[in-house]
Design a protein around this ligand. Structure first.
Ligand code: DAH
Length: 344
């Protein structure tokens, strides 16, 4: 029996040593140390032994079990370490490999110009106002001194949704909406950027959807001089300190008097294709808020005066970046858009 036990021990130790993975090792553990294993089997023959030999064999059996268990444990630790090592080797990162470049987006050129203009006016104490793109006839026209049937409505071909609801043709309705909110109490000092829509045929200079920025200042003693000074600061900051502006008389139903504002061309006044050889480029419409508009929005036109202006960032961006077709802004060809990235 002693012989048998020793052989079992040698056999188990050899097998444990040879085990290739944790599963094999566990099978060995179950086979040799389990209740139905060979050691238990050998010990069943103990009954035939003498009283002296029995405890000796019992002790030997325990030794064998302990030796096998300890060999299995040692091997298990070794196998586990090996597995970790393998895993680590598999997962090593080659830090010398060049990375894959991540493509990042960039701001749309129109957004850039709009934000630049927003920042400029915010620095002069203006706040940003917003209004709906689906607008009522009242705010888009009537509250701006353009009653139904007024011929100046023809200047803005409109997308009507119902008789009384349309896609706003300009950002001017936000003037009326904002003034109403102030309930006849000045000062009001806002700009309103946003999308506008007109029933135009798209070509290089027309788009049925485009952008406008509206400006409105209402307070006591606001004069045309304030308007001119504000627009001068605006033009110089946006286009360059060397630029000049000029005001030409014009007509808008919501302002009286009304002006169109030109800025000197980048050709320096020599005349080029962009300024059609005049040296001046028109950039916006403006004027003193018509008393009817003030009154309809709840402001006392004897106490308050104001100026307003409306500009097209599309046109300004085209001038600033030398873009020759307004449709580029809305067709979103990435080859066009990525030219305005500030990083590469
Ligand atoms: N709403 C005008 C347009 O779309 C632009 C404009 C002109 C706005 C004069 C104004 C203004 O506020 O005073 O053609």
């Amino acid at each position: 029996m002693e012989q048998q036990l020793k052989e079992l021990q040698t056999e188990a130790l050899a097998k444990a040593e040879a085990a290739e993975d944790l599963k094999q090792l566990n099978d060995i553990r179950v086979a040799y140390l389990g209740k139905k294993g060979p050691i238990t089997e050998v010990l069943k023959g103990m009954g035939k032994l003498s009283a002296e030999e029995r405890p000796k064999m019992g002790a030997l059996a325990n030794e064998v079990r302990a030796a096998v268990a300890s060999a299995i444990e040692t091997k298990q630790t070794a196998l586990e370490q090996q597995a970790i090592k393998k895993q680590l080797e598999k997962e090593t990162i080659d830090v010398t490999l060049p990375g894959r470049p991540v493509k990042s987006g960039n701001q749309h050129p129109l957004t850039k110009v709009v934000e630049e203009i927003e920042d400029l006016f915010i620095s002069m104490g203006y706040s940003i106002a917003e209004g709906p793109e689906v607008e009522t006839d009242y705010y888009n026209f009537e509250a701006l001194n353009l009653p139904k049937g007024h011929p100046a409505r023809d200047m803005q071909d409109s997308f009507y949704i119902t008789e009384d609801i349309l896609l706003r043709t300009h950002t001017s309705p936000v003037q009326a909406r904002t003034m109403e909110k102030y309930q006849g109490q000045g000062p009001v000092k806002i700009i309103c950027p946003g999308k506008v829509y007109r029933r135009d045929n798209d070509d290089a200079t027309h788009s049925h959807q485009f952008t406008q920025i509206e400006g409105l200042v209402v307070d006591e003693n606001i004069s045309m001089g304030d308007l001119k000074g504000t627009l001068e600061v605006f033009a110089k900051r946006l286009f360059g300190e060397d630029r000049e502006i000029r005001l030409r008389p014009s007509f808008f139903p919501f302002t009286e008097p009304s002006v169109e504002v030109d800025v000197t061309c980048m050709c320096g006044g020599e005349g080029c294709r962009i300024c059609k050889h005049t040296g001046w480029i028109e950039i916006l419409g403006a004027g003193m808020v018509h008393p009817n508009v003030l009154e309809m929005a709840g402001f006392d036109s004897k106490k308050y005066t104001g100026f307003a202006f409306g500009m097209g960032p599309d046109r300004i961006a085209m001038l600033k970046y030398g873009i020759d077709d307004i449709r580029h802004f809305y067709t979103n060809d990435v080859r066009f858009l990525t030219q305005f990235a500030e990083h590469e």
